[in-house]
Each structure stands twice: as structure tokens, then as C-alpha cells.
Design a protein around this ligand. Sequence first.
Ligand code: F0G
Length: 359
Amino acid sequence: MSTGKYAVKKIGIIERYQEYLPVTDATPIISLNEGNTPLILAEALPRELGLKTQKIYYKFEGLNPTGSFKDRGMTMAMSKAVEAGSQAVICASTGNTSASAAAYASRCGIRCYVLIPEGKIAKGKLLQAYRYGAKVIMVKGNFDQALELVKEISADGKITLVNSLNPFRIEGQKSAAFEIVDDLGEAPNYHVIPVGNAGNITAYWKGYNEYKRAGRSEILPQMLGFQAAGSAPLVSGKPIAKPETIATAIRIGNPASWEGAIKARDESNGLIEAVTDEEITQAYRFIAEREGVFAEPASAAAVAGVIKLAKRNFFKDNARIVITLTGSGLKDPDFALSFDDKIISADPTVNAIREVIEL
Ligand code: F0G
């Protein structure tokens, strides 16, 4: 193997954070070099909100190999599945988990079955699962129903469940908290995150706690979770039979990691609140149009949450606020193109183009 400047280095989260993860020398590492995503300093958002002393950062998970944070958990879940001799994996998904499961299953050559709510997942995610070669099963129902099905089907152990009920998913996903502390040199004061099935908020809280215990940080953040108003069971305190939201990734009525989310909220002195689809849409447009950061609608729920909290002067002075942008905006082209400001069509002449340019 070459050792020159451009040698291919393995930099996935398992290699990077091995000592904090349940792996041994016998674990085959199934990786696509996930993790190591950028922490981007927000400029327009704090300016717009009048946050003069606070710093806001976007942890942009859309830059993972399949375009979402799911790859962190999937490298762990798939590595452990292969270690255990599994021949096939299954998951229910609002899209990103299925895209990630399909990619990692392709990487290690095992079969992958994904159950997705028919008509309710973003096109980019559907085509990823399909192109990576998974068997895509459209369920005439919602995510919660699909999750019940895969739990039952995987119960006999013949096929490995790779939803976040699989504890290795949470283990891998906690690495994002490690990276943030490594980058900032300390944990942030606030961590803001969209909440759907609630695995990720559970994982971050675990990660921050483990890193603190290991002496890598002195403080713990307050965990601030945001659900879409039509799909906010953790806010109302009871499951929702028919969840709705334009942020299809978090269109979930009965989160699997319910207790983990409540624990993260309460132990961190944090909160879990709801934001409306309109607030999500505004935040989604703001970060793309004003910050140059293109994330999917579910991710924008966390940004909408920051906007909401800033308006009631929630954030203390000099605080550091990290927002997880969970997935790439490229995942959902239909939503991206659904606004009134249509793309302009013009004749191929200088005059026609000049007419459009506003200078
Ligand atoms: N953001 C995005 C882009 C997601 O895809 C998800 C979950 C979440 C936020 C919420 O994370 O479930 O850990 O609370 N997507 C899952 C899926 C449900 O099937 O892809 P969570």
C-alpha cells in the first residue's frame, strides 16, 4: 500500500473512536469513511436573530457518504451484523435509514430489505435504496406501522434489524458528539437537534456523557429537541396515530427511543418542543438562501427551533450553540422545487439574459 501524501487513509468513525465503541480485533470494519463532517460557523443566522455574543455552528451531516447522519450508526450496525455472521438486514424507514442500510449492505455483500411508507419518502432517498440494490418494499401505511412489522419479522434472529432499536446504531451515532467536542475543544452549551424516532438525541446525549467521563470535556450541553407540530408525540406526551408534516423524515407518531429522548431532555435540563411546517419551511429556505447550507426539511426543524428560542431570549450570553443538520437538501428535490419563485426560462440572446439580470 502506498504511504505517500495521497495514500488512501481509513478515516471512518470506528477507526477514529475505536476505544469508545464495542468493537474488537475480530470485528470486520464495514466503512465508507463516514463521519468527520464539518462544523460550520453560522453567520447570517445569529446576525438575523440579534445574537451578538453567542456562536452558532451547523454540524452538517449531509456530507456523510449517503448524505445523512445515519451512516455513523450504520457502519457500526453493519460491522456487528457481519461479525455475527448475519446474511441479511432489514429496517423500516422514512428514507435515510434505508438509503444508508442499502449502501452498507452493498459494501459488505449482504441482502437488505427496506420497508418505507408508500408515497411519503423523499425521492432522493428512495432512489438511493433502490440503486444500492436493496429490496424496496412500499408499505401501505406509515413509518410506525412499518417499524412494528420489521420488529416482528426480525424477532427470530434470522435477519438483523438495523433500525436504532439495534443498540450498535446508537453507539455509532454518538461519535458526532465526540467530533463536536474535538472541534470546539469543549462541549457546546446547547445542542439543538430534530427529533423523529429519537435515536439521535439519545445517541448524542450518550456521547457527550461518555466524553465528559473520559475527561475530554468539562461541561454537558442542554439538549434542545424539535419535532414537527403534526408529529410531536414527545411534546404532547402520547403517541400520535396519524402523524403529518412536510418534513417526511420525522413524520413519526410513536418514537422507538421515547425514553432515551426524555432522559436526554431531563438530565440535561433541556427541552423538546414543536415547530410548525411553516416555521420549518422558512428555516429551510433561510439556511440555503442566506448561509449557503442546503439541508433537508427535517434538519431545518432544528434551525426553526433556534429561531423560536432566540425570539424569547432563551440563549445565555457567550453561549455556543450547535445545530445538527441531519441530512442533505439534495435528498428531497420535490420539496426544493415546490416554491413560487420558479426558475426563469429565457431565449438564447444577450438581450433576453440582460433583462433578467438585476444590476
Ligand atoms: N433528520 C433526518 C434527516 C432523519 O432522516 C431523521 C430520521 C431524523 C432527523 C430524526 O432522527 O429518528 O434519530 O430522531 N430518520 C429515520 C429514517 C427515522 O428512517 O431515516 P431520529
